[in-house]
Design a binder for this molecule. Structure first.
Ligand SMILES: [Ca+2]
Ligand SMILES: [Ca+2]
Length: 226
Protein backbone atom coordinates (compact mmCIF):
# COMPACT_ATOMS: atom_id res chain seq x y z
CA UNK A 1 0.00 0.00 0.00
CA UNK A 2 2.26 2.78 -1.23
CA UNK A 3 -0.02 5.60 -0.13
CA UNK A 4 -0.24 4.57 3.55
CA UNK A 5 3.50 3.81 3.61
CA UNK A 6 4.08 7.32 2.37
CA UNK A 7 1.84 8.85 5.04
CA UNK A 8 3.60 6.89 7.76
CA UNK A 9 6.96 8.05 6.44
CA UNK A 10 5.64 11.61 6.35
CA UNK A 11 4.43 11.36 9.93
CA UNK A 12 7.91 10.26 10.98
CA UNK A 13 9.51 13.12 9.13
CA UNK A 14 7.20 15.59 10.88
CA UNK A 15 7.78 13.95 14.27
CA UNK A 16 11.52 14.18 13.68
CA UNK A 17 11.22 17.81 12.67
CA UNK A 18 9.26 18.67 15.81
CA UNK A 19 11.90 16.97 17.96
CA UNK A 20 14.69 18.77 16.14
CA UNK A 21 13.05 22.12 16.85
CA UNK A 22 12.62 21.29 20.53
CA UNK A 23 16.11 19.82 20.86
CA UNK A 24 17.90 23.10 21.54
CA UNK A 25 17.86 26.90 21.71
CA UNK A 26 19.98 28.76 19.21
CA UNK A 27 21.70 31.65 20.92
CA UNK A 28 23.60 32.47 17.71
CA UNK A 29 24.35 30.24 14.74
CA UNK A 30 26.26 32.98 12.87
CA UNK A 31 24.24 32.37 9.74
CA UNK A 32 22.99 35.95 9.28
CA UNK A 33 24.00 39.60 9.65
CA UNK A 34 27.62 39.67 8.44
CA UNK A 35 30.01 42.17 10.05
CA UNK A 36 33.67 43.11 10.08
CA UNK A 37 35.46 44.92 12.91
CA UNK A 38 39.04 45.37 14.05
CA UNK A 39 40.91 46.98 16.93
CA UNK A 40 44.41 48.23 17.65
CA UNK A 41 45.86 49.22 21.02
CA UNK A 42 46.29 52.92 20.22
CA UNK A 43 43.17 54.22 21.99
CA UNK A 44 43.13 51.59 24.76
CA UNK A 45 39.41 51.15 24.07
CA UNK A 46 37.34 48.38 22.61
CA UNK A 47 35.54 48.43 19.28
CA UNK A 48 31.99 47.20 19.12
CA UNK A 49 29.25 46.50 16.65
CA UNK A 50 25.56 46.24 17.49
CA UNK A 51 23.12 44.51 15.13
CA UNK A 52 19.36 44.11 15.41
CA UNK A 53 16.63 42.19 13.63
CA UNK A 54 18.78 39.10 13.11
CA UNK A 55 16.59 36.10 12.24
CA UNK A 56 16.84 32.84 14.18
CA UNK A 57 19.00 34.09 17.05
CA UNK A 58 17.91 34.56 20.65
CA UNK A 59 16.40 38.02 21.07
CA UNK A 60 17.39 38.99 17.52
CA UNK A 61 20.28 41.25 18.57
CA UNK A 62 24.05 40.68 18.62
CA UNK A 63 26.65 42.98 20.11
CA UNK A 64 30.22 42.07 19.15
CA UNK A 65 33.02 43.64 21.21
CA UNK A 66 36.69 43.43 20.32
CA UNK A 67 39.79 44.63 22.16
CA UNK A 68 43.53 44.13 21.90
CA UNK A 69 45.53 44.66 25.10
CA UNK A 70 49.01 44.69 23.56
CA UNK A 71 50.63 46.35 20.52
CA UNK A 72 49.22 44.64 17.46
CA UNK A 73 45.71 44.15 16.19
CA UNK A 74 42.70 41.89 16.39
CA UNK A 75 39.95 41.52 13.81
CA UNK A 76 36.67 39.65 13.54
CA UNK A 77 34.53 39.06 10.51
CA UNK A 78 31.43 37.10 9.66
CA UNK A 79 30.88 36.45 5.98
CA UNK A 80 28.19 34.13 4.70
CA UNK A 81 29.93 31.83 2.26
CA UNK A 82 29.95 28.30 3.62
CA UNK A 83 27.48 25.62 4.68
CA UNK A 84 28.22 26.33 8.35
CA UNK A 85 29.26 29.99 8.59
CA UNK A 86 31.21 31.35 11.53
CA UNK A 87 32.98 34.39 12.90
CA UNK A 88 36.64 34.36 11.94
CA UNK A 89 38.82 36.03 14.61
CA UNK A 90 42.53 36.74 14.23
CA UNK A 91 45.05 38.41 16.53
CA UNK A 92 48.56 39.55 15.73
CA UNK A 93 50.92 40.80 18.46
CA UNK A 94 53.88 43.03 17.66
CA UNK A 95 57.11 42.45 19.58
CA UNK A 96 57.32 41.09 23.12
CA UNK A 97 55.44 43.47 25.42
CA UNK A 98 54.99 42.88 29.16
CA UNK A 99 52.57 39.92 29.33
CA UNK A 100 48.96 40.64 30.29
CA UNK A 101 46.15 38.17 30.98
CA UNK A 102 45.06 38.12 27.37
CA UNK A 103 46.63 39.55 24.21
CA UNK A 104 43.13 40.15 22.86
CA UNK A 105 39.54 39.38 23.76
CA UNK A 106 36.29 39.20 21.86
CA UNK A 107 32.84 38.93 23.34
CA UNK A 108 29.29 38.64 22.11
CA UNK A 109 26.28 39.92 24.02
CA UNK A 110 22.68 38.82 23.55
CA UNK A 111 19.84 40.62 25.24
CA UNK A 112 20.91 42.86 28.14
CA UNK A 113 21.48 45.69 28.60
CA UNK A 114 19.33 46.92 25.74
CA UNK A 115 16.82 44.10 25.68
CA UNK A 116 15.47 41.80 28.37
CA UNK A 117 15.36 38.30 26.96
CA UNK A 118 13.38 36.92 29.93
CA UNK A 119 14.20 33.47 28.52
CA UNK A 120 13.82 30.08 30.17
CA UNK A 121 17.22 28.57 29.29
CA UNK A 122 16.09 25.19 30.62
CA UNK A 123 13.22 25.04 28.11
CA UNK A 124 10.93 23.75 30.87
CA UNK A 125 13.66 21.51 32.29
CA UNK A 126 14.83 20.04 28.97
CA UNK A 127 18.23 21.73 28.67
CA UNK A 128 21.20 21.75 31.00
CA UNK A 129 24.19 23.14 29.10
CA UNK A 130 25.63 25.50 26.52
CA UNK A 131 27.38 24.07 23.47
CA UNK A 132 29.91 26.22 21.62
CA UNK A 133 31.39 25.05 18.32
CA UNK A 134 34.53 25.91 16.38
CA UNK A 135 35.47 24.85 12.86
CA UNK A 136 39.05 26.08 13.11
CA UNK A 137 41.49 27.00 15.88
CA UNK A 138 45.23 27.55 15.63
CA UNK A 139 46.11 27.86 19.35
CA UNK A 140 44.25 27.35 22.66
CA UNK A 141 41.82 30.07 23.73
CA UNK A 142 39.98 30.74 26.98
CA UNK A 143 36.18 30.73 26.99
CA UNK A 144 33.66 32.05 29.51
CA UNK A 145 29.91 32.59 29.58
CA UNK A 146 28.09 35.01 31.84
CA UNK A 147 24.36 35.23 32.47
CA UNK A 148 22.42 38.22 33.71
CA UNK A 149 19.01 38.65 35.22
CA UNK A 150 17.64 42.15 35.47
CA UNK A 151 17.55 43.37 39.06
CA UNK A 152 19.27 40.21 40.33
CA UNK A 153 22.82 40.19 39.03
CA UNK A 154 25.33 38.37 36.87
CA UNK A 155 26.90 34.95 37.20
CA UNK A 156 29.74 33.30 35.29
CA UNK A 157 31.02 29.75 34.84
CA UNK A 158 33.43 28.95 37.70
CA UNK A 159 35.89 26.88 35.69
CA UNK A 160 37.17 28.65 32.58
CA UNK A 161 36.86 26.42 29.56
CA UNK A 162 40.03 26.03 27.50
CA UNK A 163 39.31 25.42 23.82
CA UNK A 164 42.15 23.40 22.34
CA UNK A 165 41.01 22.54 18.83
CA UNK A 166 38.08 22.53 16.39
CA UNK A 167 34.93 20.85 17.67
CA UNK A 168 32.06 21.38 20.10
CA UNK A 169 32.55 22.24 23.77
CA UNK A 170 29.89 21.84 26.47
CA UNK A 171 29.50 24.15 29.43
CA UNK A 172 26.96 22.67 31.89
CA UNK A 173 24.70 25.02 33.84
CA UNK A 174 25.98 23.23 36.97
CA UNK A 175 29.31 25.00 36.44
CA UNK A 176 27.73 28.40 37.11
CA UNK A 177 27.78 29.81 40.62
CA UNK A 178 24.28 30.90 41.45
CA UNK A 179 25.29 32.93 44.47
CA UNK A 180 23.25 35.85 43.20
CA UNK A 181 20.15 33.62 43.10
CA UNK A 182 19.88 34.23 39.39
CA UNK A 183 17.09 32.11 38.00
CA UNK A 184 17.76 30.14 34.81
CA UNK A 185 14.15 30.51 33.78
CA UNK A 186 14.37 34.33 33.71
CA UNK A 187 17.65 35.03 31.94
CA UNK A 188 17.77 38.53 30.44
CA UNK A 189 21.29 38.66 29.03
CA UNK A 190 23.89 36.17 27.78
CA UNK A 191 27.56 37.02 27.27
CA UNK A 192 30.14 34.82 25.54
CA UNK A 193 33.79 35.82 25.99
CA UNK A 194 36.85 34.41 24.24
CA UNK A 195 40.45 35.35 25.03
CA UNK A 196 43.72 34.83 23.20
CA UNK A 197 46.70 33.98 25.42
CA UNK A 198 50.16 35.48 24.84
CA UNK A 199 51.42 32.44 22.94
CA UNK A 200 51.83 32.31 20.04
CA UNK A 201 52.21 35.88 18.74
CA UNK A 202 49.55 35.30 16.11
CA UNK A 203 46.51 33.06 16.36
CA UNK A 204 43.03 32.61 14.96
CA UNK A 205 39.80 30.69 15.34
CA UNK A 206 36.41 30.34 13.67
CA UNK A 207 33.36 30.28 15.97
CA UNK A 208 30.44 28.64 14.18
CA UNK A 209 27.69 28.05 16.75
CA UNK A 210 26.46 28.92 20.25
CA UNK A 211 23.42 27.08 21.59
CA UNK A 212 21.67 25.58 24.60
CA UNK A 213 21.19 21.79 24.50
CA UNK A 214 19.97 18.88 26.64
CA UNK A 215 22.29 16.55 28.47
CA UNK A 216 23.58 14.12 25.74
CA UNK A 217 22.06 11.07 27.53
CA UNK A 218 18.68 12.84 27.74
CA UNK A 219 18.77 13.39 23.99
CA UNK A 220 19.38 9.66 23.39
CA UNK A 221 16.36 8.84 25.56
CA UNK A 222 14.28 11.33 23.62
CA UNK A 223 15.36 9.67 20.37
CA UNK A 224 14.61 6.19 21.74
CA UNK A 225 11.13 7.24 22.77
CA UNK A 226 10.14 8.71 19.42
CA1 LIG B 1 41.57 49.78 20.90
CA1 LIG C 1 27.11 28.55 11.86
Amino acid sequence: MPRSTASVAFAFVFAGFALAIKADITVDNFEAAPFNISDILADDLSVSNFQTGIPDILGGTRKSILQTNVPGNVSASLSLQSVDNGVSVTKVRNGDPVPVDFDAVISFEYGAPRLRLNTDLTGGGQYDRFRISFSDLSAPIWLAVALGENGVGITQNQNPLIVTGPGSYDLPFSDFAFATRLNLIHVDGIWLGLGFSDTPASASFVLTDFRVVPEPAAMLLLGAGS
